[in-house]
Design a protein around this ligand. Sequence first.
Ligand code: ING
Length: 313
Amino acid sequence: MSRPLTLAVAQSGPIQKAEGRQAVVARLCKMLSDAADAGADLVVFTELALTTFFPRYYEEDRADMDHWFEAQMPNPSVQPLFDMAKEKSVGFYLGYAELTPEGQHFNTSIIVDKSGNQVGKYRKVHLPGHDEFDPDRSFQHLEKRYFEPGNLGFNAWNTMDGVMGMCICNDRRWPETFREMGLQGVELVMLGYNTPSSNSQMPSETSDMRKFHNRLCLQSAAYQNSTFIAASAKAGDEDGHHLYGESCIVDPNGEILAMAKTEEDELVIATIDLDATRFGKETVFDFARHRRPEHYGRIGSQTGVIVPGQDTD
Ligand code: ING
């Protein structure tokens, strides 16, 4: 038996600060339409797919950043994307900045199925960067200023004939992210990322090293949880700030099946067989047979490092 799924990772090229939602949504609709024409069942857009990566900018009054957020989803500016997806019977993952009716701010993603139903929502748990202006950095990364840590945990949903999960950007650097979904039998994890090509705290770190870290995180997570991963970048130069691309699809063996070649709007397409996740889950990563949670206490109870014999206060 096999469960084929044609997957299209829709990498976004740069979104300039001055680019309005309507123009951005038109770009996303073009990619979705092209993906549908190529036979895609599911399209994976990126993190904060509707706007420039605004956490690079400092504002004293956080409310001055609210215009980057979506108070409803869908809403009139995004509705054309939802309408087209439903018309073409294509599911999608979409990352955006969420402002809740209660006034909470999250870095959020959703899965919408082929019938246009929102199947699931995820709110980014691992927020990188800092919450106050940092003069020692060559550029700011203020996600801790503008977003709250996600409060929905890591879930998986049975949809579109598979077990699907989500995470966002920095989450991919933390193995706990994928193991939480692996323990739910996840077969495809979708994620978007906006990752600067340079390190604001270490000028000597090369873009190649940072792209290596990206592949290292994705390939190890896919292998160690016997799951496919579809990772969609926002890439290119946004108002002088460069983000790397290399959007890709990784298989349950940890091999990269396909990768973006440009730093523009680009579709990375592969037809996968979700049943290819079974062998790993039933042998080397048969969690029920091999895991020993009685020895994993620190991972779920301890936040930072406690070195034996050293004072912790
Ligand atoms: N961006 C980056 C990421 O995790 C970062 C931030 C880069 C953290 C490199 C650590 C090292 O890919 C987002 N948006 O999380």
